[in-house]
Design a protein around this ligand. Structure first.
Ligand SMILES: NC(=O)c1ccc[n+]([C@@H]2O[C@H](COP(=O)([O-])OP(=O)(O)OC[C@H]3O[C@@H](n4cnc5c(N)ncnc54)[C@H](O)[C@@H]3O)[C@@H](O)[C@H]2O)c1
Length: 419
């Protein structure tokens, strides 16, 4: 790693931009220096300026002003999905290297446009496929690559969204409506599609997918329920109740992340949270929102080297975490994030259990993947690409997701990913 200190401009100072990556690079003064911020929410901008010691001359509310000139070596683009490509194209043209939040886009044309621009400008785009940097995933890859379980034949993966996370993000929140965001298979599972092709070690050839929104709609609303949970007679009995998720959990200091997102920039007191739930969109009944994204989806994939994979994304789980079984000719490997275990089942031998916690030093977000990405970022900016994923590789998973949605809309029709 070189001793260069890379200057960083952050676009979008929300949960990912400020709280995840901003915080981590700020704590590495020998590698990075945050110099400029752009954020449309004035309160959030001020809060982030104070947090990272950024003066008013280097803080922007308006993206057009921010993009007038190149302000740092690297730009972190952490705005919402629909803005990523437009902003990344501008950043590349100005000569920035870019750390780009996923998903890149839901459009095939935009995928190729971005790749062309990267090639034309000679800059680098790193997509935040953080699971690639997560110790449990790296360990599983090492075991599979060692050949001790033989050849990989098939993968069965479950992305447990968790009932409360579905309610928060995909029913009430930012990723609820297909007019405003990419399809859920990309929003929630572009990491899964990425690691599937990474483990398969091959390009995906065909995809077939089925999935629907079956539960979070008006016909499943309990009789006499209200539009806002705080006015509803089921507010203390419904597990999806906004009062339970944002207020009761906050009181117990459990799952406080969703309450912070709901209360963005407002002081989090019990009184304020209850008041906020009267009007905030996160206070709505899950059966009476403007959501249309799926609550479960199965995707089957065939890779060019013969490996097959199945991915189930489902809202209906108590807890989050991925459960992935790799079927090989001489054994199985099960990566179970919920149980915190990797099980290595070599045929004819006792099962070997590896505790995931023993692999993760200090990392939290995405099983240590958020820290893992920041660990590698400096070397990647130096030009050492062995440490991470190229834009080209990241685009593969997006093409798989786009094909998957096309198949789902067409009731499971087989779609060729590269046609
Ligand atoms: N890598 C991962 O695992 C992962 C996890 C969660 C979210 N994400 C992705 O990260 C992105 C950001 O998500 P988040 O949870 O941080 O959302 P967020 O709403 O917390 O943050 C986005 C911020 O961008 C600001 N913003 C919006 N438009 C802007 C503009 N034109 N100029 C400047 N600021 C603008 C918003 O005000 C907000 O503060 C999304 O694309 C999301 O899908 C990735």
């Amino acid at each position: 790693m070189s001793d260069k200190i890379y200057s960083v401009a952050i676009l979008g100072c929300g949960s990912r931009g400020a709280d995840t990556y901003g915080k981590r690079v700020f704590n590495r003064p020998n590698e990075f220096k945050i110099t400029d911020l752009c954020e449309i929410n004035p309160i959030r901008l001020k809060e982030t300026q104070e947090r990272f010691n950024i003066g008013d001359d280097h803080a922007f509310l308006d993206e057009n002003e921010f993009f007038k000139t190149k302000r740092a070596d690297v730009m972190f683009i952490c705005t919402q999905d629909k803005d990523h490509v437009r902003q990344c194209l501008k950043a590349l043209e100005l000569g920035y290297d870019v750390l780009l939040e996923k998903p890149i886009t839901g459009s095939k044309e935009e995928c190729y446009k971005l790749l062309d621009m990267q090639e034309k400008t000679g800059r680098k785009v790193f997509v935040c496929h953080v699971l690639r940097y997560s110790p449990a995933f790296l360990k599983s890859k090492e075991i599979l690559d060692s050949g001790k379980l033989g050849r990989l034949v098939a993968i069965d993966a479950v992305e447990q969204v968790a009932y409360w996370h579905q309610a928060h993000s995909f029913v009430r929140g930012n990723w609820r409506n297909s007019k405003e965001c990419v399809p859920m298979i990309l929003a929630k599972c572009c990491h899964d599609l990425d690691y599937l092709q990474y483990f398969a070690g091959s390009r995906c050839e065909t995809v077939s997918s089925v999935g629907d929104l079956t539960f979070f709609n008006e016909e499943n609303a309990p009789e006499g329920s209200a539009k806002m949970c705080i006015d509803c007679k089921y507010q203390d009995t419904c597990v999806y109740s906004a009062k339970a998720l944002y207020y009761e959990n906050w009181k117990k200091q459990e799952n406080t992340w969703i309450t912070s997102v709901m209360m963005r920039c407002k002081e989090r007191t019990e009184e304020n949270i209850l008041k906020e739930l009267k009007t905030n969109p996160y206070g709505r009944c899950v059966f009476r929102c403007d959501n249309d994204v799926v609550d479960h989806q199965f995707t089957q994939m065939a890779f060019q080297n013969g490996v097959k994979a199945n991915l189930l994304m489902t809202a209906f789980t108590q807890r989050g975490g991925r459960i992935i079984t790799f079927y090989c000719t001489y054994g199985q490997l099960i990566l179970n994030e919920e149980e915190g275990l990797i099980k290595v089942k070599k045929f004819g031998s006792p099962t070997e259990n590896i505790e995931i916690s023993s692999l993760v030093d200090q990392g939290t977000g995405h099983g240590g993947g958020d820290d893992g990405l920041v660990d590698k970022l400096h070397s990647m900016l130096d030009g050492d690409f062995t440490k991470g994923t190229s834009l080209k590789e990241s685009l593969e998973s997006h093409l798989m997701g786009i094909a998957s949605e096309e198949s789902r809309i067409n009731h499971g029709k087989l779609v060729y990913v590269h046609q």
